[in-house]
Ligand binder design. Structure first.
Ligand code: TYD
Length: 135
């Protein structure tokens, strides 16, 4: 699911864009952690994991990043190419993020602190736990 920021325009500058994300409004969970990944070359693919419980909103405030989401049944792609677009990634979704443009920034708002035990980093184990409808 795609969430949209509240956007505020400054009448004095038609090009600027202020994006607001608030818990309970544009974000469906309490945010406990924010992290961002930058200085990444075009073509780089990161992620390759799923979470057991963590909920996240992925944003690309600058540049463009393509996210692939695999729920065990099908893979869907989502292009984050606008700063007001936030992609919800919940538990049980194997995801990868591909940098389309060098220097694109990935900003993530997460429902919990960093817990390594919440990660599933092996695709075979992911499929065992989340076999999907077709398997
Ligand atoms: P990882 O989530 O695997 O990055 P990506 O999915 O973008 O490739 O994280 C990379 C490393 O950073 C890994 O060793 C875990 C560590 N890390 C933290 O210590 N805290 C954090 O909040 C995050 C997101 C990662």
């Amino acid at each position: 699911k795609i969430y949209s920021a509240q956007t505020i325009k400054n009448p004095a500058d038609s090009d600027d864009l202020l994006c607001v994300w608030e818990t309970g409004k544009q974000i469906p969970f309490d945010v406990k952690r924010i992290y961002h990944i930058g200085n990444v070359k075009a073509g780089t693919v990161r992620g390759h994991h799923a979470h057991k419980k963590l909920e996240q909103i992925l944003l690309c405030p600058y540049g463009s990043i393509e996210v692939a989401l695999d729920d065990g049944t099908e893979v869907k792609n989502c292009l984050l190419d606008s700063p007001d677009k936030g992609l919800y990634v919940g538990p049980g979704v194997w995801h990868t993020m591909k940098w389309i443009e060098s220097g694109s920034l990935l900003l993530v708002m997460a429902s919990n602190f960093y817990v390594e035990e919440d990660y599933i980093r092996n695709y075979g184990k992911f499929k065992e736990k989340f076999p999907g409808e077709t398997s």
